[in-house]
Design a protein. Structure first.
Length: 312
């Protein structure tokens, strides 16, 4: 089978197509025939070695972790799913090897795909919906609270603003370019253009700030938080994690860094919202598995609205 791998940390050109054996399954495993894979910024952060303190020095490594597909084989001890079921799910984000024709998964990491949702949409929405659900729950916001979402037209931001509005929050969204026009459809309370508006100079105060773009560090955002306000970042580096520790000790504000993994409860919530057409994610562009380098170059250059998906 075909699988995209890399043998060294480096740039996107380190990625290569490899022919490997179809993996075997154990009694508790499912073999998934992959139909679509979503690209996430964490993919190239790992590829570039930014997280090698976590990802280690063992090669070759695969890439990507969000996927959708069809159950090809089911282990003798498995339940919940049968051969032929359409599912979507995620692998361990730090070990992700989803960009392949077949992968092996456990039942905890997959969910049945709603019939009204395409394979491409199911894989595109997963990390955004998981992360957005987790960050809203973690910040303990309630109806009427005011939140600022920096990076509101990205893969996580688009879902976060939809979930925030469903929860009755007052949402200030920060975006630019085409993203500004796209997010207007959700009738947000305030929309800011980060290329024109100086976010750090605003007088408004927020119950929570969600940093999804990497352009509003805690040091520039903490004065925008209300007392007991929470700053949540989804873009961790080892340095950020260390800074967060000291920020929480001395700043009087809470600085949280998250890397969310879906639980079955989150899967069910996302699936229900999708089934009821209450969540959407734009797909910026799709590529075939043979165009994997083009796909990653396109995604990394930025400026896209929504997600880039590779069809396997």
């Amino acid at each position: 089978m075909k699988k995209v791998i890399y043998n060294h940390y480096g740039n996107i050109d380190e990625l290569q197509m490899s022919e490997v054996e179809i993996p075997t399954i154990q009694a508790d495993d499912f073999l998934i025939k992959v139909k679509a894979v979503a690209i996430n910024p964490l993919d190239w952060k790992k590829l570039e070695g930014q997280l090698k303190i976590v990802t280690g020095k063992k090669f070759p490594k695969g890439i990507a972790f969000d996927f959708s597909g069809i159950v090809e084989k089911a282990g003798s001890n498995t339940t919940n799913y049968k051969i032929g079921d359409a599912v979507f799910g995620t692998l361990n984000a730090m070990k992700g090897e989803a960009l392949a024709e077949y992968i092996v998964v456990k039942k905890e990491t997959i969910c049945k795909k709603p019939e009204n949702v395409s394979f491409e949409t199911a894989t595109a929405i997963l990390t955004g919906a998981t992360t957005a659900t987790y960050l809203l729950n973690r910040s303990k916001v309630k109806e009427g609270d005011e939140v600022l979402i920096n990076g509101a037209s990205g893969g996580v931001g688009i879902i976060a603003l939809q979930l925030a509005k469903l929860k009755g929050l007052k949402v200030t969204a920060v975006a630019s370019g085409e993203g500004l026009n796209f997010i207007k459809k959700w009738n947000l309370d305030c929309i800011l253009d980060y290329k024109k508006d100086k976010i750090a100079d605003k007088r408004e105060k927020y119950n929570a700030i969600y940093e999804l773009a990497g352009s509003l560090p805690f040091s520039k955002a903490r004065h925008l938080l209300k007392p007991n306000g929470i700053y949540v970042s989804t873009l961790p580096t080892p340095v950020d994690m260390l800074k967060a520790f000291f920020n929480n000790l001395f700043s009087g504000k809470e600085n949280i860094i998250i890397q969310a993994a879906p639980t079955q409860d989150i899967f069910k919530e996302i699936s229900q919202l999708l089934s009821n057409n209450m969540l959407e994610i734009p797909i910026a562009k799709t590529f075939s598995i043979h165009e994997f380098k083009e796909a990653y170059h396109f995604a990394k250059k930025g400026g896209v609205i929504g997600k880039v998906v590779i069809v396997v």
